[in-house]
Write a protein that binds this ligand. Structure first.
Ligand SMILES: [Zn+2]
Length: 291
């Protein structure tokens, strides 16, 4: 979800072995047997994607800790897109099956929910065939999502390699993800980004930090010096800020939490109002570097 820099294609995907596979796919179209061995090669492709995506799903930003597997995801599906539903005229984006720009890394859950979907603004703009040179080979520049003709499809699926999550998504204090854009809404629905396990994970991030504030305030009432309370608060705010690291899960949510901290605190019923005021005051001092 948080934007990543993809970088240039691994040499392997540009080499003769994969070129032959691409030529085979161009002939066989929907009958082609796409093999992970090539597009998700365990030595030459998948480790690079894992580094780029920090071992997380490109959509939901889960890692493998909960037993979720990370898989190679084709942004444009190899088979006929579900929304197109025209199996006679669209054989899938078979020509992008081994294309670096089309390969993302997603968790098995998002991959399953997405399936062969690829929603676009207007079905009449869907690209049905690849653009080939006079030798019958792919023109690589026309295989990039950011270039015509693919860009003209106006995909309604969020792409973390060039879309900005802050433009399409926001969170409510209960961890629900929402959107004001058609692309954002479609992505949330398609990938079920409000699934209970994701909501639980987001709420856990908030609650773990909130509990530190609550415990610090309890200690303070017992016998803690004000300067120790300030120090504890400062440490907790620093940890919230550092939680936005890309190596952490749910990085985009952590950005949102840190930037909209007050909303999350105001809606916590287990915190008394007087304590909320104190935490929020400390937050405002912290972000100004005055805590
Ligand atoms: Zn996912």
């Amino acid at each position: 979800m948080i934007k990543v820099k993809k970088g240039v294609s691994p040499e392997y995907l540009l080499g003769d072995t994969v070129k032959k596979r691409i030529q085979k796919a161009l002939k066989e179209k929907n009958n082609h047997d796409f093999q992970t061995y090539y597009y998700g090669n365990k030595k030459e492709v998948k480790p690079i994607l894992k580094t780029i995506y920090h071992d997380k799903c490109c959509y939901c930003e889960r890692n493998t800790e909960g037993g979720v597997e990370l898989q190679i995801e084709h942004f444009r599906p190899k088979k006929t897109p579900k929304e197109c539903n025209d199996f006679d005229n669209h054989f899938g984006y078979y020509w992008l099956g081994y294309e670096w720009d089309n390969l993302l890394l997603s968790c098995s859950t998002c991959n399953k929910y997405k399936g062969n979907s690829f929603p676009i603004e207007d079905e009449n703009k869907r690209v049905n065939e690849p653009i080939l040179n006079k030798n019958g080979e792919l023109i690589i520049e026309t295989c990039k999502s950011k270039n015509p003709p693919l860009i003209n499809e106006k995909a309604l699926l969020f792409n973390p390699e060039f879309d900005n999550a802050f433009e399409h998504f926001k969170f409510e204090s209960d961890g629900f993800i929402k959107s004001n854009t058609q692309k954002g809404k479609t992505t949330i629905d398609l990938l079920k980004l409000n699934d209970p396990p994701l909501l639980t994970a987001r709420n856990r991030i908030v609650n773990d930090f909130v509990n530190v504030f609550i415990l610090s305030l309890l200690d303070y009432r017992e016998d803690l010096e004000p300067k120790i309370l300030r120090r504890n608060f400062k440490r907790n705010f620093t940890n919230i800020k550092h939680r936005r690291k890309r190596s952490e899960t749910h990085t985009f949510f952590s950005y949102w939490f840190y930037a909209n901290f007050e909303i999350f605190i105001i809606n916590k019923h287990e915190i008394e109002n007087i304590d909320k005021e104190q935490i929020i005051k400390a937050y405002n001092q912290f972000i100004k570097g005055r805590l």
